[in-house]
Design a protein around this ligand. Structure first.
Ligand SMILES: *Cc1c(COP(=O)(O)O)cnc(C)c1O
Length: 459
């Protein structure tokens, strides 16, 4: 115990904790340990300085679940999901969830899919299947399998560029423009050729919460199939939208109702309303999963087929996802999504009526969020507002620039989740007003001042 006498150590054990007067271990593997209570308090007190999830309007990820769900999660933390031989019921529950999602997404018949750590893993796996299926088609036709490409818009999540770099596929990225934050068939067409493994359409973009024109892209690809005999599949990135569109916009087509949509990913830990990390990958038909990617092993006592990037992982979030499906059903999910949408609309209305802000695309199909930017000219920008809100009230509302070629557009985005009550919407609206009043007086903060705000605001 560095620098402590035995007497000090005994006193600390009796009356306090030695970590209260010493730095937390951080650079070397500790020589000695501490009591369970001390270890718990050390971690807890470190975390107390983090952001409060309740005021985190930046994240799409679930920050609250019911006590019954929390109990189910806590009671099953020791269960290794991949151990199908020993825990066959967990595996069966995963497959029930896959079948329910396939039904929700209008799959035409029996299909296949799996749980993943999140949409990122689901996207890597889905895109690998696109690449392998393309290779199968090229080989069968006696053509080169040299230079695969994937077409998507600048509105995608960073994971799509990651996939292209990690797995050696040429990204063909359709740039955005001012006032055009999603893509459609006219953007996609010039990029297609015989080496296109697929087109990605986003339903619920990270930037503004809108969807690409999946219907238009599907029509384009159907025409391509007829005219050029090229069968180019669509993968829908429904990380957020996959649990929103079926409930808020059931008539809007974006899923397996469209013939070229061959696979869909969705994050259970976003609007699936489960804690991180859980995601899902669902194929249209079993044949859309390239069989070469499935591995068979029997280490755990029974031959098992696996199609995953990770191996061991907890079963708790799979069970929690199933809990939500049976607890809420279509009616419950619809209720929750509508409640979030109603509160998001109230926030959007306040922002627009204040005269200070321009709300982006709230008249379109959109995730329950508010994307907005400053209207008119000011001596401060959206980042200043974000810092001011954090400094004054601890709200976490991110400000960011859009992707090329809309990078000169800066926006603020507030996620309105299940726990954000109307009262909180009113409070946030008032706090936005106060932040702007402060900034009207003092102008935008300088970079150095921002740094202080950042350090002082408990991020
Ligand atoms: C969040 C998100 C991802 C990544 O999903 P994770 O579940 O965080 O891995 C991918 N695409 C979109 C559109 C997203 O919103």
């Amino acid at each position: 115990m560095g620098g402590m006498t035995t007497g000090d150590a005994i006193a600390a054990a009796l009356y306090g904790n030695r970590f209260l007067t010493q730095p937390a271990p951080s650079t070397h593997f500790p020589d000695t340990g501490m009591s369970p209570v001390d270890a718990m308090r050390l971690v807890d007190e470190d975390l107390a300085m983090e952001g409060d999830p309740q005021r985190n309007l930046a994240t799409f990820v679930t920050t609250w679940m019911e006590p019954e769900a929390q109990r189910l999660i806590a009671e099953n933390l020791h269960r290794n999901f991949i151990d199908h031989a020993e825990y066959p019921i967990s595996a069966e529950i995963e497959q029930r969830c896959v079948r329910m999602l396939a039904d929700l997404f209008h799959a035409p018949g029996p299909t296949t899919g799996c749980r993943t750590q999140g949409s990122s893993e689901a996207i890597m796996l889905g895109a690998l299947s696109l690449k392998w299926k393309w290779r199968e088609r090229r080989k069968a036709a006696g053509r080169s399998t040299e230079s695969p490409n994937l077409v998507f818009g600048g509105d995608v999540h960073v994971v799509w560029e990651k996939f292209c770099r990690y797995f050696d596929v040429e990204p063909r990225i359709v740039p955005l423009a001012e006032d055009k934050y999603t893509i459609g068939p006219d953007d996609v067409e010039p990029h297609l050729d015989e080496n296109t493994i697929g087109v990605v359409a986003v339903v619920g973009t990270t930037f503004t919460g809108h969807k690409d024109d999946v219907v238009g892209i599907n029509d384009l690809l159907l025409r391509f199939k007829q005219e050029h005999e090229l069968d180019i599949p669509i993968h829908v990135d429904g990380a957020s939208g996959g649990f929103v569109w079926p409930f808020l916009y059931p008539e809007s087509k974006w899923d397996f109702r469209l013939e070229q949509v061959r696979s869909i990913n969705v994050s259970g830990h976003k609007y699936g309303l489960v804690y991180p990390g859980i995601g899902w990958l669902v194929f249209r038909e079993e044949s859309d999963l390239a069989q070469d990617l499935v591995f068979y092993e029997n280490y755990l006592g029974k031959t098992d087929a696996t199609f995953t990037l990770n191996f061991s992982t907890g079963a708790s979030m799979v069970l929690a996802q199933y809990y939500n499906f049976v607890r809420l059903g279509r009616e419950g999910y619809t209720y929750v999504m509508r409640q979030m949408q109603a509160n998001a609309r109230a926030l959007a209305r306040h922002a627009a009526e204040s005269g200070r802000f321009e709300v982006i695309g709230s008249d379109l199909e959109q995730l329950p969020l508010v994307a907005f930017k400053l209207a008119g000219k000011h001596t401060y920008d959206e980042s200043d507002i974000a810092w001011q809100l954090a400094a004054e009230r601890g709200w976490m509302v991110p400000a960011y620039t859009l992707p090329p070629n809309a990078e000169h557009v800066k926006i603020l985005r507030a996620l309105v989740k299940e726990t954000m009550s109307r009262e909180q919407v009113e409070r946030l609206s008032r706090d936005m007003h106060d932040a702007c009043e402060t900034l009207d007086k003092k102008g935008g903060t300088h970079e150095s001042e921002r740094q202080q705000v950042k350090q002082g605001s408990g991020y």
